[in-house]
Ligand binder design. Structure first.
Ligand SMILES: NC(=O)c1ccc[n+]([C@@H]2O[C@H](COP(=O)([O-])OP(=O)(O)OC[C@H]3O[C@@H](n4cnc5c(N)ncnc54)[C@H](OP(=O)(O)O)[C@@H]3O)[C@@H](O)[C@H]2O)c1
Length: 290
């Protein structure tokens, strides 16, 4: 394979190891480095070369994938990386949008190109059709890294020229949406359990209720785009009344349900603002202020 498949993976935690194994399994020339050397060493069984110095990993690579816990740890590791000239750094470490641009500038100071990327999925999905990588940064860097990233399977998609684009998408979808759903699921399952309902009974029904996002997807997108919140189905006021009834059910069972309490308050806020006759999606139309 050509130099564009010379890949370094800095960080061999659960995700970094899955990335390194997949690159190597698909023919890339992979050098791995990890702060705790044993985790890099373990990847030699999958065809990777482990090195003790970050600088050596970077020296051998054209594409440098960084997968560490935080951007602060990326800063530390880049401090020992030496020159990045001729390399494209693909930073898949989870970070906030405002961390992306300074990191791009930092990498540029060391001579390297920079892509900020987000992995939407678990390590076991790397290499599979359902793997999703969202990438932001300049098009030429994306074109350089694209063939190597394609080895990871699924979809690697360039989402934005500005470095923070992928992190914004992640904060919205994985953060505010998915993580709240996970916590809401825990809350709901606790209540169901307290009432003697088994997870087997509860989960399929909960998934069915949440499928509104699937079957109404196009309509929701259109409504939000047009800011058209008229409805002949269910108004926000109807939601709010029902929510208060459910809130009573949860609280009288003794179930701690702070997320649901917050949802009830959100509905109430919308009604107090005079949006009671709108569809519930009206709540997505403001910035959440009082
Ligand atoms: N796991 C997932 O499902 C998933 C999904 C999407 C995105 N991500 C993101 O991928 C990144 C890595 O996650 P992970 O699951 O692989 O975590 P992990 O298994 O805990 O690995 C963390 C990695 O960061 C390294 N590290 C931490 N602090 C460091 C420092 N100060 N200097 C040098 N190295 C340091 C660790 O090195 P040591 O081995 O020496 O501790 C290890 O390689 C995170 O940003 C995470 O949010 C993970």
């Amino acid at each position: 394979m050509s130099a564009q498949f010379d890949v370094a993976v800095l960080g061999c935690g659960y995700m970094g190891s899955a990335l390194a194994r997949t690159f190597a399994g698909r023919g890339a020339n992979v050098t791995v480095w990890n702060r705790t050397p044993e985790r890099a060493q373990a990847l030699t069984a999958s065809g990777c070369s482990a090195v003790a110095a970050v600088q050596e990993a970077v020296r051998r690579a054209r594409i440098v994938v960084i997968c560490l816990s935080t951007y602060e740890s990326v800063e530390v590791v880049l401090g020992g990386a030496g020159t990045l000239a001729g390399r494209v750094v693909v930073n898949v470490t989870t970070g906030s949008p405002d961390q992306a641009r300074p990191m791009r500038d930092r990498v540029a100071e060391q001579g390297g190109g920079y892509l900020d990327a987000v992995i939407v999925g678990y390590p076991e999905q790397v290499g599979r059709d359902d793997f999703l990588l969202l990438v932001s940064g300049h098009e030429p860097e994306w074109e350089t890294a694209r063939p190597a990233l394609a080895l990871l399977g699924g979809i690697s998609r360039h989402v934005s020229e500005s470095p923070e684009g992928a992190n914004v998408l992640e904060a919205a979808t994985v953060g505010a949406f998915h993580m709240t759903i996970l916590a809401a699921f825990a809350e709901a399952a606790r209540y169901a359990k307290s009432q003697g309902i088994s997870p087997k009974e509860f989960l399929p029904l909960a998934v069915r209720v949440a499928s509104v996002f699937e079957f109404q997807q196009e309509e929701i997108v259109q409504r939000l785009a047009d800011e058209d919140f008229t409805t002949d189905q269910a108004t926000l006021a109807t939601y709010e009344k029902a929510a208060r009834t459910f809130q009573h059910a949860l609280s009288s069972s003794g179930t701690r349900a702070p997320l649901f309490d917050a949802a009830v308050a959100e509905f109430g806020r919308g009604v107090a603002q005079g949006r009671g006759e709108d569809a519930v999606w009206t709540l997505a139309a403001d910035r959440g202020g009082a």
